[in-house]
Design a protein around this ligand. Structure first.
Ligand code: DP6
Length: 329
């Protein structure tokens, strides 16, 4: 009789407050600078991994459909790391689904590789702590190392595989910020993050951005710990603009913004000047994440929805850590 080992895990995506852009080591995904994020509640990826000696190859189903070859290969490589560690030879069936729409400006690779790492480690029978889970999730997708933890999270660049992982800065209930994601396009992005990271060093601005990162990280850390929204808003917007300046000045240049992206940036700046607790940050795409101080989200959501070009607004409070839902052997 064949023994199947399976486990199911859940993880949430995150929004970077201080961005990861560019790697010191692309192969190991060791970043050029540390980063800080907020794990997004209400959104999650649930992934079930079953190691099955009867399978001739790994099977990956996303929302019930066989995955395209690039996604399949990336998952297979990640499973290989875990198989190697556990001495498992069986192939795996991986079934993954998101409760949020793809292409809505929320990177699903972070929650996907965090959930995959947790489920695959458990199915392979490896006991692990958050630090080693984060280190391993990083190998699948850099930002996934932050989605292992809940609340406010810092990824320590580290410089080596052993030293590059994320830890929690503050729990989700430390500060009730809300991320309103203003969706202006659902089209797939022309250049994904993995290719984008490889272009970062072609920008003459990247070295300055990286050199200044410790200062921005310290300001962001301090603003979170003191719950100082004005200070957070200033550093989050500066950091996002620095990353997009690097993107726009890479060879070839990356310009993720649409006219409506800029309209939201200008509106958010105007609202803050008039005393509202809101600031804007953008990952590798045209959609804008508007962070709101506690109690400000419902008013802001209505204002965002009224802007031309805004197709939808998703509301995300701080979320919890990745967790194992089930283990069967
Ligand atoms: C702009 O983690 O998606 O969202 O490691 O190649 O999977 P890979 O890249 P990824 O890059 C995220 C880039 C970002 C900023 C951030 O999340 O820090």
């Amino acid at each position: 009789m064949v023994t199947l080992h399976s486990a199911t895990a859940e993880a949430s995506p995150n929004i970077a407050l201080i961005k990861y852009w560019g790697n010191a080591d692309n192969e190991l995904r060791i970043p050029s600078n540390g980063s800080i994020s907020l794990t997004l509640g209400g959104l999650s990826t649930v992934t079930r991994v079953t190691f099955d000696p009867g399978l001739a190859q790994d099977v990956l189903l996303i929302a019930g459909q066989p995955a395209h070859p690039p996604a399949h290969d990336r998952v297979r490589q990640h499973l290989d790391l875990i198989r190697e560690r556990a001495g498992v030879v069986a192939h795996a069936r991986v079934e993954s689904s998101n409760n949020f729409p793809s292409g809505a400006g929320i990177a699903s690779s972070a929650s996907a590789f965090a959930a995959l790492t947790l489920a695959a480690l458990a199915a392979a029978g490896i006991e692990s702590d958050a630090e080693s889970q984060s280190r391993l999730a990083r190998r699948g997708s850099g930002s996934a190392c932050r989605s292992i933890l809940g609340g406010y999270v810092e990824w320590h660049a580290g410089g080596t595989d052993a030293a590059s992982y994320a830890t929690q800065l503050a729990a989700a209930d430390h500060w009730a910020l809300v991320d309103l994601v203003a969706v202006v396009s659902r089209a797939p992005k022309p250049i994904g993050s993995t290719d984008g990271h490889r272009l970062a060093d072609t920008s003459p601005l990247q070295a300055a951005r990286v050199a200044d990162a410790p200062r921005r990280l310290a300001l962001c850390r301090q603003a979170i710990l003191k719950r100082d929204f004005e200070a957070l808003a200033a550093i989050v917007e500066l950091d996002s603009q620095l990353m997009h300046a690097v993107m726009m000045t890479s060879s070839p240049p990356l310009l993720y913004w649409l006219p409506s992206t800029l309209a939201i940036l200008r509106a958010a700046a105007e609202w803050r000047r008039s005393g509202e607790g809101v600031c804007a940050t953008i990952d590798a795409g045209p959609n804008v994440h508007c962070l709101c101080a506690p109690g400000q989200a419902s008013g802001m959501e209505a204002r965002l929805r009224a802007l031309p070009g805004v197709e939808d607004v998703l509301t995300c409070p701080p979320g919890g850590a990745a967790r194992l839902l089930q283990t069967d052997t």
